[in-house]
Design a protein around this ligand. Structure first.
Ligand code: TYM
Length: 385
């Protein structure tokens, strides 16, 4: 099991560096590409296909075929994903797994569990104190609620608060993971805190919340946790988890960068001031040429352009219009300045709407975390083999 490579990039749950070779990653992680037939089946069952699936941004999976089969047979499934609060707010890249989870919840009418591991970044030594993440926990929860989950079918919980209900299951999971496997999976070393070594057991627990197959939409950096789950679950008499895995949203500084809140110029934060978001976009790297004259003559290179990338993932739903944009760029008819201005307007509109929803989300927090239908049930959850 490998989580990092020496070939100019690395992918672990705590760090993604360099230009990721997804073909190589698929092979090394042992996941499957999402092929045409599977997408067709998903489209038939869901009624349509989300652009992030149509355009291959969610590009790999584990056992998605089983999820769909079990759904068809009436056995159902449930959704699980999460966000570890850090010392900065969520950015547009973090939205992707939640957008997909929400879409699947709506299409299949299933429960969704959202973990807020408020200890993970502390144990991974990404922050200096637990207090440092505290101001962002509530903000992250509001951002997630604002994306439109069903309050009676979604349970949002933070580890430091809900751990009492999870601990028994975590212990059962942890017993089946030895240190050699944990090291090989995550690259733990002598200086790793013992808290981080135990943490994967907790991240696995929500996959045991229901006696159905879990489906986890996330970026591929989270796969190591769930590879372990797939070893352990059968030993606890539970189903191996399925995964729906995305690529990484690029930062504004180019395809070599992953959007990262710790590098503010690469990222648009969800609470960002609209003018600041527009400024970042106007300053972004593009696939354009050095001068307008050259661009008209040679055309741009949308394949390496973060601006075009952002249209493909969140800011152009219409495939025909996306194709037109691509061709106009290639033909040198569309210049970068114009393309950026349009994107800036769309991002501003998205943020304006999102920030309004965040204000309204405040009134829904209790339902998602404590007294909605699913939340109420989960505060009485007990792990039983
Ligand atoms: P975290 O907080 O680092 O990231 C939250 C989710 O966002 C995904 N992600 C991205 N997706 C696309 N482009 C990017 N640039 C990008 N950066 C991050 C991550 O894959 C993740 O899905 N350990 C987790 C928290 C967690 C979790 C889970 C995640 C707990 N349980 C179950 C997924 C499923 C974490 O640190 O996520």
């Amino acid at each position: 099991m490998v989580v990092a490579f020496g070939l100019g990039y690395s992918v672990t749950p705590w760090e993604v560096r360099g230009h990721v070779d997804y073909d190589r990653l698929v092979e090394e992680f042992g996941v499957q590409r999402i092929g045409g037939e599977l997408l067709e089946k998903l489209e038939t069952l869901a009624g349509d296909l989300h652009p992030l699936l149509r355009r291959g941004f969610f590009f790999a999976h584990r056992d998605l075929d089983l999820v769909l089969r079990e759904y068809e047979e009436g056995r159902g499934f449930f959704l699980y994903t999460g966000r570890a609060p850090s010392k900065s707010p969520m950015h547009l890249g973090h939205v992707i797994p939640f957008v997909m989870t929400r879409w699947l919840q709506e299409k299949f009418g299933v429960n969704a569990y959202i973990m807020i591991p408020d200890e993970e970044k502390f144990l991974a030594k990404k922050v200096d104190s637990l207090d440092e993440v505290e101001p962002y926990i509530h903000q992250d929860i509001l951002n997630i609620i604002a994306l439109g989950f069903n309050p009676d079918r979604t349970f949002i919980f933070r580890d430091t608060e809900y751990v009492g209900r999870m601990y028994r299951a975590a212990v059962e999971v942890a017993r089946h993971i030895n240190l050699s496997i944990a090291k090989a999976t995550f690259g733990f070393a002598g200086e790793t805190s013992i808290g981080l070594v135990f943490y994967p057991a907790l991240q696995i627990v929500p996959t045991l919340f229901e006696d159905k197959r879990p489906l986890i939409p996330c970026a591929i950096d989270q796969d190591p946790y769930f590879r372990l789950q797939r070893d352990v679950a059968p030993k606890l008499g539970r189903r191996k988890t399925a995964e729906l895995l995305s690529k990484f949203v690029w930062g504004l500084t180019g395809p070599e960068s992953k959007m990262s809140a710790s590098e503010p110029e690469t990222a648009i934060l969800l609470n960002e001031d609209l003018d600041s978001a527009a400024r970042k976009i106007m300053n972004a790297f593009t696939g354009g040429r050095a001068t307008a004259k050259e661009q008209r003559k040679l055309g741009g290179v949308p394949e390496i352009c973060p601006i075009y990338h952002w249209y493909t993932i969140l800011f152009e739903e219409d495939d025909g219009k996306l194709r037109d944009r691509y061709q106009a760029c290639k033909a040198g008819e569309l210049l970068c300045g114009e393309c950026k201005i349009e994107l800036a307007e769309r991002v501003k509109a998205f943020l304006r709407k999102h920030q309004e929803r965040v204000k309204r989300a405040e009134g829904l927090v209790r339902k998602f975390m404590y007294d909605g239908k699913l939340a109420t049930r989960m505060w009485n959850w007990e792990f039983r083999r």
